[in-house]
Design a protein around this ligand. Structure first.
Ligand code: COA
Length: 203
């Protein structure tokens, strides 16, 4: 049955404009961030993704199917755990960014991109997301990356605050126009790699 949400989704595909703030952080010279609640981070696999079913994770079936596809394509799922419970997840993509589902923007070879960040509702405001950024920046630096990107919907104040707190600066906007079921983008330029070629990245 057609729901109100379906109608809104279809309407947005026929015609809509979204502004996404692009954030960039260098992976060296990171600023210290406040201590988070005791959370440890690790990479997740297909089993972990399949287990993100509880309502607290807000993981829809179509998003999970997309996640399996992205795992096969080389993206990494990161989980944050506290007292044996997953309290945070996020994704990493290498050398490209999806500006919306399936619309990929190639990035310079020294760049990684993180997306679908999520802290469970009862743990928000405890600096878990900044702790993820500390962990993941160290990981990416070790793998040879120089820069990390993320984009945030212009109205998402909580996410904007966490990115500014985590050493990101705004690097322009991505404008996403949808017209008659097609997507069009205006995006800022991203300069090429600063590192020498012999320090090429691994993922
Ligand atoms: C954005 C998000 C990942 C931040 O995670 P976090 O671990 O709570 O990050 P922080 O502790 O740094 O809190 C960031 C901001 O969230 C807001 N916040 C604090 N407590 C909150 C709560 N209980 N509920 C909602 N937002 C809260 C505050 O504005 C806080 O900044 P401030 O302390 O300077 O006021 C989390 O809010 C979330 O999962 N939101 C829903 C999904 C989402 O929007 N993801 C981001 C996509 S780009």
């Amino acid at each position: 049955m057609l729901t109100f949400r379906d109608i809104l989704r279809t309407g947005a595909r026929i015609g809509s404009v979204r502004r996404k703030l692009l954030f960039e952080s260098p992976l060296e010279g990171r600023r210290p961030v406040p201590e988070a609640a005791a959370v440890s981070f690790r990479y997740g696999d297909e089993r972990d993704l399949a287990s993100l079913t509880a309502p607290e994770y807000a993981y829809a079936a179509d998003a999970r199917a997309f996640g399996f596809e992205r795992l096969r394509s080389g993206d990494r799922l990161v989980l944050g755990e506290s007292a044996g419970r997953v309290v945070f997840y996020a994704w990493l993509m290498f050398r490209q960014m999806d500006m919306s589902i399936g619309n990929y923007w190639p990035l310079p070879a020294d760049c990684a991109y993180t997306y679908k960040l999520f802290t469970v509702a009862d743990c928000r405001g405890r600096r878990i997301c900044p702790a993820y950024y500390e962990w993941v920046k160290r990981e990416l630096w070790t793998l040879g990356y120089n820069r990390l990107f993320a984009w945030v919907e212009a109205g998402n104040r909580a996410s904007i605050r966490t990115h500014l707190r985590s050493g990101f600066r705004q690097a322009g906007c991505i404008w996403h126009f949808r017209l008659l079921f097609r997507s069009y983008f205006i995006r800022p330029a991203i300069a090429a790699a600063a590192r020498q070629p012999e320090q090429a990245c691994a993922s």
